[in-house]
Design a protein around this ligand. Structure first.
Ligand SMILES: Nc1ncnc2c1ncn2[C@@H]1O[C@H](COP(=O)(O)OP(=O)(O)OP(=O)(O)O)[C@@H](O)[C@H]1O
Ligand SMILES: [Mn+2]
Length: 552
């Protein structure tokens, strides 16, 4: 008995020692693993890129906050050197990657908006954007083909000499006009590193596109709009429906359109339809997928209408329209010529509201734009028909009329028609261009709030210009054909692209019905183009070399 007890005790103590040993070994092993993992984290490029968009934006704001007192407008003279520009935007080859590295030492590729390259394998969207048709070689952009130009240091010095207050601002090229609380003091130098994302977006606008798809600006600017604190919200004049101009700490601004319901009322005329925030967001994604890059970046955001609009607005006319609905939701209606009344309020649930935020284009004083009346404008009347609806040969006249008689204006218009037909937008009465580029430039596809209204109906009249003119860019035709293939199906790449918008977490931005309507409408466009090519030798405007074959 005694012996057994002694034996039992010694066995127990041996077990205890062994347990301690194993515990210690496990601890050592865990510590070793941790140190290895940490090293991997420090050096993994993908981890760098996922964190870099926020770190880079904070570094740009911190560098701007260390500036001297502010004076003139932050974006006036927003320009940069041609060397920086060439390195940041040359494209279609390894120089581009190198340039991206130059501009973005932390390797930032993406943001919350998630428009970068390093997404999961098997992504149809990434496969599409890797296709040669989305990476056509392009010549270097000449200096005059950038919308904004950087002053050379010599020009800078000369102006400083002329300017009596020059001494005060010698460390900075751009100074903030705002001394209000919350805004970072702007101190942007010619060094691109100090530029906030919205300014980089402005500096990347060229004669032929609004942004370069593979550059870092897009993700960064979207990330900022989706996450930065909102400092002010005022009504934006112009247009018919309520829109707000939102301001952010780094002097970025966005155009807000609120959620107003989703489907179009079948009994409304196209011109009485309300605008949809999800249409603005979806139009941006569609335009990018079609390879146009002619819509400023748009993201969705859930905003607190009390904290982020009512409490911060300096617009008394807007704040006066806030009220609590019988259901206890916070609503407002603002002032505008349509739907701005207690009967058509914009309401939070109870205070959270889905909105779209579109990056603002450079101020009109810096980059004036020209508005063009569309030759295929609708009559905007319940009874009258427009001329193009009565005359089948209407396009023959248009083709002879400047600016449609030369350059790429007509095929640019056809690109816009394709975009509008796919998303069911009947509201393209005007389009805008940057004045600087005259008649030889891309068309801005602004104001898409009335698109994606009805999924069950395709509106053939939107395609009238294409049917009447029978002209299309080869690059557009090829990309449309690609998007009709199962491996790149338009509805699939749109679903994937939209899933990267922050609002997808709340609800899908487009219903499955709207997504499949895109495939159906794409088939219609391709059918129209087949007929055109059967009938006309000059239906295809050759903008790419013949080696790009039509996909089977
Ligand atoms: N991202 C932007 N940056 C700068 N200006 C913009 C932007 N988007 C729109 N605008 C300007 O604001 C004006 C009004 O915007 P928008 O057309 O979207 O509003 P709307 O109320 O739908 O207008 P409408 O009733 O005429 O259709 C446009 O004509 C355009 O010049
Ligand atoms: Mn509109």
């Amino acid at each position: 008995m005694f012996r057994r007890t002694v034996g039992g005790r010694s066995t127990r103590s041996i077990c205890l020692v062994l347990a301690c040993l194993s515990l210690a070994l496990h601890l050592v092993l865990a510590l070793f693993c941790l140190s290895v993992l940490q090293t991997a984290c420090v050096f993994s490029p993908s981890s760098l890129s996922s964190s870099s968009s926020s770190s880079s934006s904070s570094s740009s704001s911190s560098s701007s906050s260390s500036s001297s007192p502010s004076s003139s407008s932050p974006i006036h003279d927003a320009q940069r050197t041609s060397r920086q520009r060439q390195s940041a935007f040359s494209d279609g080859n390894s120089a581009h990657d190198a340039a991206e590295r130059n501009e973005r030492p932390t390797g930032a590729k993406m943001s919350a908006g998630g428009m970068g390259k390093e997404d999961a394998d098997g992504s149809k969207l990434e496969a599409l954007f890797s296709h040669p048709l989305y990476n056509l070689p392009r010549p270097q952009t000449p200096e005059d083909d950038w919308l904004l130009r950087v002053k050379t240091s010599k020009e800078e010095e000369e102006e400083e000499e002329k300017d009596s207050g020059g001494e005060e601002f010698k460390d900075s090229d751009w100074q903030s006009a705002s001394e209000e609380d919350g805004y970072d003091r702007a101190n942007w130098t010619v060094a691109a590193d100090s530029h906030p994302p919205w300014l980089r977006f402005h500096l990347g606008i060229s004669r032929w596109e609004l942004y370069h798809r593979t550059g870092p600006q897009l993700g960064r600017v979207s990330h900022d709009m989706a996450t930065q604190p909102i400092l002010n919200a005022v009504q934006k004049k112009g247009g018919t429906q309520l829109k707000l101009l939102m301001s952010f700490p780094n002097h970025g601004q966005a155009l807000l359109k609120p959620m107003k319901g989703v489907e179009t009322d079948v009994n409304l005329f196209y011109f009485s339809d309300f605008e949809r925030h999800n249409a603005e967001i979806s139009a941006f994604h569609l335009d990018r997928i079609l390879g146009f890059n002619r819509i400023p970046p748009v993201v969705g955001r859930l905003v607190d209408v009390i904290k982020e609009i009512k409490d911060v607005t300096t617009d008394r006319k807007l704040s006066r329209t806030f009220f609590t609905s019988p259901a206890g939701n916070t609503c407002f209606y603002g002032q505008c010529s349509y739907y701005c009344s207690t009967e058509h309020p914009v309401c939070g649930s109870p205070r959270m509201l889905e909105v779209s935020l579109a990056t603002m284009l450079p101020d009109l004083s810096l980059a004036p734009r020209r508005s063009w009346r569309s030759p295929w404008r609708r009559s905007y009347s319940r009874t009258k028909l427009a001329q193009w609806e009565k005359e089948p040969s209407y396009c023959e006249e248009v083709k002879k009329t400047p600016p449609y008689d030369r350059g790429t204006r007509l095929v640019d218009l056809m690109d816009m028609v394709v975009l509008d037909f796919l998303m069911g937008n009947m509201d393209r009465h005007h389009y805008e261009t940057f004045e600087k580029f005259g008649n030889f430039t891309f068309l801005l596809h602004l104001d898409n709030g009335r698109a994606f209204g009805r999924h069950s109906q395709d509106e053939p009249s939107i395609l009238a210009p294409l049917k009447q003119c029978c002209r299309i860019r080869r690059s557009t035709l090829l990309r449309l054909s690609l998007l009709s293939l199962p491996g790149f199906r338009l509805s699939d790449v749109m679903r994937e692209s939209l899933s990267r918008d922050p609002l997808t977490a709340v609800q899908p931005l487009l219903s499955e019905e709207h997504l499949s309507a895109l495939d159906r409408r794409l088939a219609t466009v391709l059918q129209v183009l087949r007929t055109c090519r059967d009938l006309h030798d000059d239906a295809v405007h050759d903008d790419v070399e013949g080696r790009y074959e039509e996909p089977d």
